[in-house]
Design a protein around this ligand. Sequence first.
Ligand SMILES: NC(=O)c1ccc[n+]([C@@H]2O[C@H](COP(=O)([O-])OP(=O)(O)OC[C@H]3O[C@@H](n4cnc5c(N)ncnc54)[C@H](O)[C@@H]3O)[C@@H](O)[C@H]2O)c1
Length: 277
Amino acid sequence: METANLTGRTVLVTGAGSGIGRETALLCAARGADLVVCDVDDAGLAEVEAAARARGRSVLARHVDVADREAMRAFSQEVEAQIGAVDLLVNNAGVGLAAGFLDTELEDWDWIVSINILGVVHGCHFFLPPMVARGSGHVVNLASMAGYFANPALVAYSATKFAVLGLSEGLRDELHTAGISVTAICPGIINTPITRNSRARGAADDPAARERFVKLYQRRNYGPERVAVNILKAVERDRGVAPVAPEAWVGYGLKRLSPRLTGWVSRRIAAAAENKE
Ligand SMILES: NC(=O)c1ccc[n+]([C@@H]2O[C@H](COP(=O)([O-])OP(=O)(O)OC[C@H]3O[C@@H](n4cnc5c(N)ncnc54)[C@H](O)[C@@H]3O)[C@@H](O)[C@H]2O)c1
């Protein structure tokens, strides 16, 4: 799909009220797209809606929890009735959980799986059929560098992002004759409010550890607006998997070169983040 000029296109972004979702929605609006956006953060969503409307775009903004199957069903029915099939579906909404496996509660698994995996499943399940019926469109799923480079300090998060990557790769192959393309985005270390919003357990559940985590992302200083530009570039180039920041590319190459070395590097990174070394 050509993304330099999105006039006449409709782009749907979940979790559009903050970070990568916000910047992607606003970049699409700046390039001419009309928007369908949802979030559970009403204030963030209202800001994005107002900014896109100020550019003259039409915006359908709804409070929808991507984990809530019936809410997603109703949202998709409303979108189909008003707009029909969207052109670009960005399953972006996601949450973080800083914890090793032994510190992760079963309730944490329910929570993160329901948003990071089932939220993406719901987006695809409800919004893809009209796209398939029309025979065109592109799906972007926000995976992560942790979707191929498992991190011992983010075990459940990594597991959900491996799932998003697997879903995206399978879906891409399934739909390649249907005129629909699929891209998994693997951003890297991106400075967004996710560092403050993530749940934390065990050693990570401590204000000093949280500050270290936030500072690490701030020092890295790779903003969500750069991810948004790369998302549209990946759609234009029709990439199946798109690492974004340099560390995501390095991790991607390293995993292919030597899975054993990848494990060693992951442990070193987790230890450094915990300030053990
Ligand atoms: N920031 C990073 O370093 C990074 C790296 C890799 C992948 N990602 C992924 O990118 C996506 C966006 O992350 P971000 O960094 O912009 O985070 P963020 O916290 O800034 O934004 C996430 C948005 O999703 C919304 N959201 C959360 N749960 C929701 C739900 N159940 N239903 C609807 N909306 C919901 C939040 O309210 C928020 O507005 C996530 O899937 C995340 O896992 C982020």
